[in-house]
Design a protein around this ligand. Structure first.
Ligand code: SER
Length: 536
């Protein structure tokens, strides 16, 4: 059976049993407590509680899911970041344990013709009693099935985020792997952590399509199924590249773009790992195959094709620029903090490359340095700084960082005589006064803009270090040097491009700035010029 047939069989099976077939929701969930959609029940969460389901009380779906928790397992036989989850759902007590178990049993043994190894049920603990009812139902259904009992860790599910429906589960194992999780939503967990019994319980089931296809097609791992075969071919048989690029394509199709926080950072990590592993050149081809394979069931892939290719190319270009230099850094001693701060290598990536090269990495030292860096930027963002900035909104942080880049670019284009003579930042624009004897030519202005935008594109982190003013001076940091002997100052650095004494606050990374533009260049006073600029 092909994966397309299996998907269809599942939906048809439940349609014939009165379920409304509902399309997958986006990977960006409406549920604010989670970053990405991780389960089929998420789009139905309110219908387990008070809200009336517009689809009726029986639904079935194939849901796009993404789980970062499994990212380190990717590459083994059964784990993925992105996967499709087959599920059937019952709300407001429409049906409960008996029907749910019977449906599961019938679909697996009759429709799929598979043999169940064993099933598990909840063994009970101080909060929730043992699930004798499920045990009884399984026994009546098939007296030869082995029933194992397990605790909360394995056989109690939910909620997603910190509140919502949850309950004990029964799980079906085939060929030694868990393929179907049937959740009995008997409780609603509230924010305080109390489990409130629902007056009308619900059913939420989830079966990983890739795993089901693997056992149906008699394969040893998910990458050998028809879902992956053609993708693996173009991804040069790298399981990680195949998984990550497939996931990235789906994230991009749902409107997520690479960035340095939240969902965008998850996407960026996937793509940087692919590029660092040397699979960057196959990105586009792999993405085409993924789109081709899935476009009938997920039309959003074809609809967003151009944007997907564009973003993949952009991210590859940004990272490619620093990657080679970063890899050279490994030969110089592989300091993970330098790799992170100057070359944009996530720690996970550094550890991975180090392992391949047989180099040991001092993670503890890295964590200490990160903590120091984060504490300093937190202090800065909390407004505990002396530089007299009017407010600390995101815009002014970006403009403040842009001011550092601008000063460094001016020194590069006009010469080392350029020093800062004044600065003023509003939410809309930056203003920098600097020493220079004459009006800037159009060419000089363009050159300055170009350099600043290049540094933005490199997406380098703003690194803050604390040191004495003398040390700062020695390191060539620009800034005011009238400090008392031994007094500590903060030095903000952008790669090797800019280093200034400053108390912040700054954007975390230059990539956040967008595009830099000079809007005015004029005289300020004798021998001092003034530039006004924006980031958009
Ligand atoms: N919500 C459960 C799971 O994600 C069953 O769908 O495993």
């Amino acid at each position: 059976m092909t994966s397309n047939e299996i998907r269809q069989k599942f939906l048809d099976f439940f349609k014939e049993r009165g379920h409304a077939v509902v399309s997958s929701s986006l990977l960006v969930p409406t549920d604010p407590s989670v970053l990405l959609t991780t389960a089929g029940m998420q789009q139905f969460k309110p219908y387990y509680l008070d809200e009336v389901s517009p689809y009726g009380n029986r639904t079935a779906s194939v849901q796009k899911c993404f789980r970062t928790s499994d990212i380190d397992e990717v590459g083994d036989e059964t784990h993925l970041t992105f996967f499709e989850m087959l599920g059937n759902f019952s709300f407001q007590g429409e049906y409960f344990k008996k029907e749910a178990i019977e449906y599961g049993y019938e679909f697996i043994t009759k429709e799929m013709g598979l043999k169940i190894d064993y099933v598990t049920i909840f063994e009970g603990d101080e909060k929730t009693e043992v699930d004798n009812e499920s045990e009884k139902i399984w026994k009546e259904l098939a007296s030869d099935i082995e029933i194992k009992k397990a605790g909360r860790e394995d056989n109690f599910w939910g909620p997603t985020g910190d509140e919502g429906p949850c309950g004990p589960t029964t799980e079906i194992y085939v060929n030694g792997i868990e393929i179907w999780n049937i959740v009995f939503n008997e409780y609603n967990r509230n924010k305080e952590g109390d489990y409130i019994k629902l007056s009308k319980p619900g059913i939420d089931t989830g079966m990983g399509l890739e795993r089901l296809v693997m056992v149906m097609q008699g394969k040893n791992n998910i990458f050998e199924t028809d879902l992956f075969a053609s993708v693996m071919e173009v991804a040069e048989n790298s399981r990680i590249a195949a998984d990550h690029l497939r996931g990235a394509v789906f994230l991009l199709a749902d409107g997520i773009t690479p960035s340095n926080s939240g969902r965008g950072y998850i996407l960026r990590r996937l793509l940087r790992r692919v590029v660092a592993k040397g699979f960057g050149d196959f990105m586009e081809k792999t993405a085409s195959v993924v789109i081709e394979n899935y476009k009938n069931f997920y039309p959003e892939l074809e609809q967003n094709k151009n944007k997907i290719f564009e973003e993949l190319k952009k991210e590859k270009e940004i990272f490619d620029k620093t990657l080679q230099k970063g890899l050279k850094e490994f030969e110089r001693g592989a300091d993970p903090f330098v790799l992170f701060s100057t070359y944009g290598f996530p720690l996970e990536l550094t550890l991975e490359i180090a392992k391949e090269k047989g180099i040991k990495i001092d993670v503890e030292k890295f964590n200490e340095e990160m903590k120091k860096h984060q504490e300093l930027s937190r202090t800065a963002s909390a407004g505990m700084f002396k530089s007299g900035l009017a407010d600390t909104t995101e815009e002014t942080k970006k403009l403040h960082t842009a001011t550092h880049l601008l000063l460094a670019a001016l020194r590069r284009v006009l010469g080392g005589h350029v020093v800062q003579r004044g600065s003023n930042i509003t939410a809309e624009r930056l203003r920098l006064d600097f020493s220079h004897p004459e009006k800037l030519s159009d060419k000089e202005k363009q050159e300055v803009e170009k350099i600043v935008n290049e540094e933005i594109k490199k997406d380098l982190p703003m690194i803050c270090e604390e040191m004495t003013a003398d040390e700062a001076k020695e390191k060539g940091a620009l800034g005011v040097f009238e400090h008392k002997y031994g007094e500590k100052v903060k030095v903000y650095a952008v790669g090797g491009f800019s280093r200034e004494i400053c108390s912040g606050p700054h954007a975390d990374r230059t990539g956040e700035l967008g595009k830099f533009r000079i809007i005015k260049e004029e005289a300020s006073s004798a021998g001092v010029r003034r530039i006004k600029a924006v980031v958009i």
